[in-house]
Write a protein that binds this ligand. Structure first.
Ligand code: SF4
Ligand code: SF4
Length: 110
């Protein structure tokens, strides 16, 4: 059969969701195995970093980054998940999803 089928990556969303350091990656494909959304596929070339085939399917669970044995994979969280704010009086910095967040806003409703 002469016809070949190709899988092409989805067009990248404005943020590149997965960044793999090619120097550190050993091509173990752990990230491919743990991703429940099948965002990546193994590289056809053994030992090379996986191919991020469906970046817009990523739901930023973080499993791939936390299970990567080489620390080669970084997640670029969307801008709206990186929002931070600062308390003027104390200079404290807060962000969405932080550990031990401050108590909720206690101002009386307007
Ligand atoms: S963050 Fe989660 S969904 Fe996104 S590529 Fe990694 S394992 Fe898959
Ligand atoms: S888990 Fe890490 S070292 Fe293994 S293929 Fe993925 S990015 Fe590369």
């Amino acid at each position: 059969m002469d016809n070949k089928a190709y899988a092409l990556p989805n067009p990248l969303t404005p943020g590149q969701v997965i960044v793999i350091d090619e120097e550190l990656c050993n091509g173990c494909n752990t990230c491919v195995d743990v991703c429940r959304m099948d965002v990546m596929v193994p590289n056809p070339e053994k030992g090379k970093p996986p191919v991020v085939l469906y970046p817009d399917e990523c739901w930023f669970c973080g499993c791939c980054a936390s299970d990567c044995p080489a620390g080669a994979l970084k997640i670029e969280y969307p801008l709206n998940q990186r929002v931070g704010w600062k308390r003027k009086e104390t200079g404290e910095y807060f962000r969405i999803g932080m550990k031990n967040p401050p108590p909720p806003n206690t101002r009386p409703p307007v």
